[in-house]
Design a protein around this ligand. Structure first.
Ligand SMILES: O=C(O)C(=O)C[C@]1(C(=O)O)C=C[C@@H](O)C=C1
Length: 396
């Protein structure tokens, strides 16, 4: 949906000459006459578009030069990582949404500006981002959604490996799935935080659309379906209705499913459209997920915390003391300091039998005073509090 902003042109930037766009195309069946009739109108509209393109291109080049200037102002830094400022990017994108008066949707404009910033940053050197590969996974889509296509994606074979590659500095950042709106938590991701020193420095929300893909594109050929267990679960109703007898074979990723389906006529895969393009498969059907709002949330892993963006979330890992009311006393300070808790999840603490660690997400940044105070109070009732990250809330 387009935003409700003021739609003002930026100061110092002269908008292209205003003019009314031509009326909508004529109805089908009158194509010849309509084409002739709109000849001058078409030429005028294209002339205006040419002029606007020239203005846009000039401004993008000017923006890229200013981004270089900002880069120099940051000092004699070397890797792209030193130039990356997620809090600033989030602020830029929020302003884009705020200003948007249509006709393009907020998501579209955010995507375009994301790509411009990605290209501006890559003038230094592209960021290297580890993700659960191979090419064509939803994790790769999340990488592009958050870092733009100028970032360099590093496909890895497991979530554990994504953590390792960021820890060992082979990747600047990593992107890992943490929860799905229908299927819940990806437990391996949470468990990695029990021992990892990495910080969460961003989140990405991705609408996940699943497709049934195969070499022939014909449903009647399918006897086996390869898919990640999460995808099988997300498409249960569709599978029951359309392929009740087909064998369901779990794979380590959707893209791996597509890769395997590529080599047999009687096999199909559940995966995203992009995996279909990468592995040359045709869509039998899609989207086939049971819930139309199927969304996966990913975390961006880095090695350091960034400053507040103005709309942030903090994730902590809390080991509660084994005493009555301990969890209540850990959560109470959040309410007392006006912080809104978005999520709480318990996992075996790996610190003795039946001990649990609580993953808690709440609004605010560790540099904010109310968060600081709440963490101090929580510390009195917890045996340990580990700050996993403070990061900008996802912008669309
Ligand atoms: O504002 C900055 O610090 C910049 O480096 C510029 C810019 C941008 O293109 O807007 C580029 C990369 C950063 O991640 C954030 C913003």
């Amino acid at each position: 949906m387009a935003g409700k902003g003021r739609g003002k042109a930026a100061a110092g930037v002269r908008p292209a000459k205003a003019g009314k766009p031509p009326k909508a195309a004529a109805p089908a069946g009158k194509v010849k006459a309509a084409k002739d009739a709109s000849g001058p109108a078409l030429a005028e509209a294209r002339q205006r578009i040419d002029h606007i393109d020239l203005t846009i291109q000039t401004l993008i080049a000017e923006r890229a030069r200013w981004a270089q200037h900002v880069g120099r102002a940051k000092g004699p830094l070397k890797p792209a990582l030193d130039y990356y400022r997620p809090e600033r990017e989030a602020q830029v994108l929020r302003r884009v949404v705020d200003r948007n008066d249509g006709p393009l949707a907020d998501e579209v404009l955010v995507r375009l500006f994301r790509e411009i910033m990605s290209a501006c940053l890559a003038q230094q050197e592209p960021l290297k981002i580890g993700f659960l590969g191979p090419e064509g996974t939803f994790s790769q889509q999340a990488v592009f959604k958050h870092f733009g296509h100028s970032a360099h994606g590093l496909p890895l074979s497991s979530i554990e490996e994504v953590f390792q590659e960021v820890e060992s500095r082979n990747a600047d950042f990593g992107v890992v799935p943490v929860e799905n709106s229908g299927q819940g938590t990806i437990q391996v991701t949470l468990d990695m935080f029990l021992t990892s020193s990495l910080k969460i420095c961003g989140e990405v929300e991705l609408r996940v659309h699943q497709y049934m893909l195969s070499r022939s594109g014909h449903l009647e050929d399918v006897e086996r379906v390869y898919a990640h267990p999460q995808s099988l679960a997300q498409c249960k109703a569709w599978l029951r209705q359309h392929l009740p007898k087909a064998e369901k074979i779990p794979t380590s990723s959707n893209a791996e499913a597509a890769r395997r389906a590529r080599s047999a006529d009687d096999a199909a895969a559940i995966a995203g459209q992009s995996a279909g393009h990468v592995y040359g498969l045709k869509a039998i059907a899609g989207p086939i997920e049971d819930r139309p709002d199927n969304t996966t949330r990913f975390l961006v892993l880095g090695r350091e915390l960034f400053p507040p963006s103005g709309n942030d979330r903090t994730s902590v890992l809390v080991y509660v003391k084994d005493q009555p009311g301990a969890l209540y006393n850990v959560l109470r300070p959040l309410a007392e300091h006006g912080l809104s808790m978005n999520r709480i999840e318990s996992r075996p603490a790996h610190q003795g039998l039946w001990r649990y660690a609580f993953f808690i997400d709440f609004g605010g940044h560790v540099d904010d005073e109310p968060v600081r105070r709440a963490l101090r109070d929580i510390g009195e009732w917890a045996s340990e509090v580990k700050i996993l990250g403070s990061y900008p809330c996802a912008v669309l």
